[in-house]
Design a protein around this ligand. Sequence first.
Ligand code: IMP
Ligand code: MG
Length: 422
Amino acid sequence: MANTVLVGAQWGDEGKGKIIDFLTESADVVVRSQGGNNAGHTVITGGKKYVLHLIPSGILRSGKICVIGNGVVLDPVSLVGEIEGLKAQKIKVGKNLLISDCAHLVLPYHRELDGAKELAKGKNKIGTTKRGIGPAYGDKVARTGLRMADLMQPEVFSAKLAARVKEHNATLKAMGAKPVSFKKINEEYLAAGEKLRPFVTNTVVFLHEMLKAKKEMLFEGAQGTFLDIDFGTYPYVTSSNTTAGGASTGSGVPPNRIDSILGVMKAYTTRVGEGPFPTENDVISDMLHGMGREYGATTGRARRCGWFDAVSTRFAAMVNGIDEIAITNLDGLDTMAAIKVCVAYKLGRKKLDYPPSDFRQLADCEPVYIELPGWNTSTEKCQKFSDLPKNAQAYVLKLAELTGGKLKIVSVGAHRDQTILL
Ligand code: IMP
Ligand code: MG
């Protein structure tokens, strides 16, 4: 395996965590480069279930180094909780975890602001995870953020925190929300900072040492292409670059050191939160929820579900440079008699091959469907591509062809061994 970026080609929750865990076997270093604990990666291994929010899923395999890069926003208290939770599940977290000293901190006022802003938006709310991600990136871009390096210098941290608390409390009060306590945050964060100190370093230098030593890297994308701050369904997006370029800016590994991009997509589509979703469909939603599938790993919300949308995955292939494709959750369609796939949009009289950039136009798009026959057989025990029912083979090959990439992985269940490599 070369240095690979793994990206979500839809609206997040494509099953990236599982594919990363699978690919980590042949990687040396796993890097997270954007997002925060809004992400929720579920990995099932050895009969145990792990839900990771900030720590790369590579942590579950021994001998792998996990890096939280500069592009991530992290809540130190919640990260300490995640580390302790893993340790309680007998997972080793020590020299195998590195945290960038440039990563920005998510603070309690960011969470309060996230909630207050959503409330103020009323029916136009984004449907965020309320983890404070947007306001934390907002401070970063406004050059008023606090970073891991600040937290490592208690006096610097306290002074900056005092100024930020004053400023953000004024906003919170004006919005009718509850102000936060400097004293409480200062104590909690400094205590968490001491626990994180052994992990904090200049990860750029470390990653370049790894490059020199010809170690193989896997960049673990969080969220998905259509939640990207630039290319997603703005403003119904998250606040980071979830697309392939974010792997470079969020880690300090330059583009010419990245060899391939793997796009992960579900065999159908899901989205959490508000915003346009052209192929959303009640039949497939009810079926999947009826099977107990498609509830969020971070918020427990029922995900919105719809047919596979090749118009959007085609755009995802373009903007990310997807060479290879992993299709997940194929088993979710095992009981469907016929399956629709969106191959174009109609906007008024125009036929579109790519999604419009404006969310209002996207909301007005009518999907143009083709219908493929289902297979009415369980695929959960299939080990090789040839074990899949013929109709299932034809279905996934069609999705890859419409998207424009080489099919590499088909996933037919949550377990490591339910993964077909082509
Ligand atoms: P935020 O990232 O919490 O600001 O939420 C912004 C939008 O991104 C909302 O629609 C969320 O539901 C969505 N979102 C954020 N993280 C994830 C994720 O890991 N999976 C799926 N959707 C996400
Ligand atoms: Mg998720």
